[in-house]
Design a protein around this ligand. Structure first.
Ligand code: 3HC
Length: 317
């Protein structure tokens, strides 16, 4: 088959909602789009561990500490699933990590903001993981098999992440005046960066058209952002916190909450590496990578020894 027929067959499979598997023929643009998105997603998961790690030793109770530890451990696992999914496309994990550590690769802008109080753990769970769930559930039906399957497990764990965050804020909002203020302050700082997690507006999204045409994306950035606002506003009302958007207004005709203008200059600034914590996040990632070298070496030495033993026992048999 020539390239035209191959692409035609590929698009027929996409339209029939069939999964594309690693060994299937795929357009190079499709492969590169997936490598780009899955790698950034994986990087986001492991960099996303850092802001919350700040509070493991500061958790107010053993129960909160255990829940936070479990969440952070889950994020590491999400990163591993996603690096494995990316590797099925023929990329080398060490190359992806080199690109992260060198600052070449992107990860979600949201993780470049500081965590200033315990309430931030609640706001991150409720808002950041809440936004991530809205973005990741459709990815369970993504056209690329390994990515879709990785997302099924990820989404189950994200629900716990969001729930524990919401419970932290509910506890604070039912607490003292100072605790209520702490919760509101965290929501003020995390609301707009969470809105930016869905990416640029649809008209400025350079990848959405192709990603939607090939079944990688099932909904546009703005569609998912709107769902996030519609879902979050009633939850904010239950908490008794105010979302920091003076233009937030329910529109009876559409049945949606209309929201104010996002500061795209801030968004672009952060993704270009000039956010409040970009530099410290990469510094900590590089340090973790260097400190973990002995673990990687030990695992490789063990694997090599085991392989040698297996081959020797095969020769004897
Ligand atoms: N942070 C950093 N970069 C972003 C971004 C963000 N919030 N939103 C968009 N971008 C980048 C894109 O990577 C792209 O840059 P590139 O060409 O250099 O890769 C550019 O901005 C244009 O954006 P597009 O909308 O055209 O790009 P996409 O089609 O890739 O859409 C996306 C962006 C919606 C984030 C999409 O990549 C996606 O769905 N990714 C998978 C899910 C994901 O990464 N979620 C967020 C982090 S994971 C998480 O939150 C973990 C949880 O456990 C807390």
């Amino acid at each position: 088959m020539n390239i035209v027929d191959l692409e035609h067959e590929f698009m027929k499979r996409i339209k029939a909602d069939q999964k594309i598997e690693p060994k299937d023929w795929m357009p190079e643009k499709y492969r590169q789009t997936l490598i780009r998105q899955i790698a950034q997603h994986a990087h986001s998961e492991i960099v996303g561990m850092l802001p919350e790690a700040n509070y493991i030793s500061r958790a107010p109770t053993l129960r909160r500490k255990a829940a936070l530890l479990a969440k952070i451990q889950d994020e590491a696992g999400h990163g591993l699933y996603l690096y494995c999914a990316a590797e099925t496309l023929g990329v080398d994990r060490d190359t992806l990590l080199d690109e992260l550590h060198s600052g070449k690769a992107k990860y979600s802008s949201i993780f470049n903001y500081p965590t200033l109080t315990w309430a931030d753990m609640g706001a991150i769970g409720w808002l950041v993981d809440g936004a991530a769930i809205l973005n990741q559930v459709p990815l369970c039906k993504c056209s690329f098999g390994p990515y879709a399957r990785a997302m099924v497990r990820v989404c189950k764990e994200e629900s716990f992440h969001q729930r524990q965050g919401y419970e932290i804020l509910l506890t604070l909002c039912n607490g003292s005046e100072e605790q209520k203020k702490m919760a509101q302050d965290a929501v003020n700082r995390w609301w707009w960066p969470s809105m930016m997690m869905f990416g640029p507006s649809d008209e400025n999204s350079k990848h959405s058209a192709y990603s939607m045409e090939t079944g990688i994306k099932k909904f546009s950035n703005d569609e998912l952002r709107q769902r996030f606002v519609d879902q979050t506003k009633p939850q904010a009302d239950i908490l008794g916190v105010t979302l920091p958007d003076k233009d937030l207004k329910f529109d009876e005709s559409s049945g949606h909450w209309k929201y104010g203008e996002i500061d795209w200059e801030e968004f672009n600034n952060v993704i270009q590496g000039n956010g409040p914590c970009n530099k410290i996040r990469l510094k900590h990632r590089r340090e973790a990578w260097e400190k973990g070298a002995w673990v990687r070496d030990a695992a490789s030495a063990y694997a090599a020894k085991k392989a040698l033993k297996n081959s020797e026992s095969k020769q004897v048999a």
